[in-house]
Design a protein around this ligand. Structure first.
Ligand code: SAM
Length: 397
């Protein structure tokens, strides 16, 4: 027979009224148990859930439980292992203190959560919320020095935090194109210190429950060692890092998503070419310092642009990205050029987002369009050369 406070918890969670909970104060010293469990509502493809985040000494694990069963789960964990819980609803903060016999003292105080939230608004609100929110400490952001352990974004890291959130919004919009019923293979080329790689894992695996295998690749052994250690520390299974060159990376035959953010010059093309050979459904690419077309472009009509070094450099960068986008369209991808927030405020802020589709008639039209463009500029982009066998002129039917 459940006591009234226990039934309240079950009802709050079923109806989505519980805004968050923290269970703490272990009943017995046991290194196998998490020191605390943080519970928060999340919306998955399959409906409303609660996420149980367990903080062990050396790792943090996550488990998503349907809202319908989450109340019983919370009570099992609380009554089994902990002495106290703090629960937040729109009406009140509720503190539960359990004595040795499991009898509860309940204290209610004024709400510190979202007092305006109603159950029927919750789904809508969560969709409008950022993926990462101030006040909710994401372990990887704390470890990377962006948030404090209590979830405050450090003032000098605000730009990076905004960039990460923007990137996650852009991924959220296309993640429906990823396979839903098997492990999603992802490669992040030129991952560097991997803020965005960790963020991607957080979004797909922790928030949305995708089964993922993400590999971050970079030339620099020291950053790879740092990222591998951090992934181990966070207990992020399915997130690994390797030292290597994009052009030589042959360790997979398939990738569902390829990410390449700020990889220099034609390293971006090498990454795009791999993504295409692997049949990636989603490509997210922020190119960087493009020199290739700068050296090639020739056109008398464009002399006012091409005779000025600075203008020529900017024009060549735009033309390079236009060629990349156009070739992706020839291959059936739906392409969008989006503005990516760059924390260093450089002009390298264009993100190419491509989602795989197929329409051979459109591909042929795009190929004709592309050829007019490249002939006008008298260029031969690396990506076109590397994928010579893929173009419509080679199609037999
Ligand atoms: C500017 S950093 C970007 C890091 C991260 N992707 C981001 O956007 O925050 C570029 C990274 O790409 C790596 N890189 C450049 N060329 C590469 C190549 N050919 N193979 C692997 N990594 C490469 C560099 O070592 C560097 O860490």
């Amino acid at each position: 027979m459940q006591e009234a406070w226990q039934q309240d918890i079950i009802n709050w969670m079923r109806e989505g009224l519980l805004q968050g909970a923290t269970l703490s104060g272990l009943r017995r010293k046991d290194n196998e148990l998490p020191a605390r469990v943080v519970v928060r509502p999340i919306l998955l493809k399959s409906g409303s859930h609660y996420q149980f985040e367990s903080h062990f000494a050396k790792k943090v694990t996550h488990r998503n439980v349907e809202a319908e069963r989450a109340g019983e789960q919370l009570l099992d964990v609380l009554l089994g292992d902990y002495k106290q819980a703090l629960l937040k609803t729109a009406e009140a903060d509720v503190q539960i203190l359990l004595n040795k016999k499991g009898r509860a003292a309940i204290r209610r105080s004024a709400p510190t959560g979202n007092v305006n939230a109603k159950a029927e608004d919750r789904q809508h609100n969560r969709q409008k919320q950022r993926v990462l929110n101030e006040g909710e400490a994401a372990p990887f952001l704390v470890e990377l020095g962006i948030m404090t352990p209590d979830g405050r974004v450090k003032s000098q890291k605000q730009d990076k935090y905004r960039q990460i959130n923007r990137f996650l919004e852009m991924v959220s919009d296309v993640m429906h194109a990823l396979p839903q019923n098997r492990t999603v293979q992802i490669v992040d080329f030129g991952c560097g210190k991997s803020y965005l790689t960790f963020a991607l894992y957080h979004l797909l695996k922790i928030v949305h429950g995708y089964d993922v295998n993400i590999v971050g690749l970079d030339l620099k052994a020291d950053v790879i060692s740092f990222c591998s250690d951090l992934s181990d520390k966070l207990g992020y299974e399915g997130l690994s890092f390797q030292v290597g060159d994009i052009a030589e990376y042959e360790e997979t035959r398939r990738a569902d998503m390829v990410v390449t953010l700020h990889a220099c010059d034609t390293a971006t093309d090498a990454a795009l070419v791999k993504a295409i050979h692997w049949g990636a459904s989603v490509i997210m690419s922020v190119p960087c310092c493009q020199h290739e077309l700068f050296r090639q472009v020739r056109n008398d009509t464009l002399a006012p642009i091409l005779s000025q070094g600075l203008l020529k450099e900017r024009f060549a960068a735009i033309a390079t990205d236009a060629a990349r986008g156009s070739l992706l369209e020839v291959l059936g991808y739906k392409v969008q050029m989006l503005e990516f927030v760059d924390p260093e405020h450089t002009p390298k802020n264009l993100l190419i987002r491509a989602v795989k589709g197929e329409n051979k008639e459109r591909s042929r039209q795009k190929w004709e369009e592309y050829k007019r463009f490249k002939n006008f500029l008298q260029v031969s982009p690396a990506m076109e050369r590397a994928l010579a066998e893929k173009w419509p002129e080679k199609w037999t039917e």
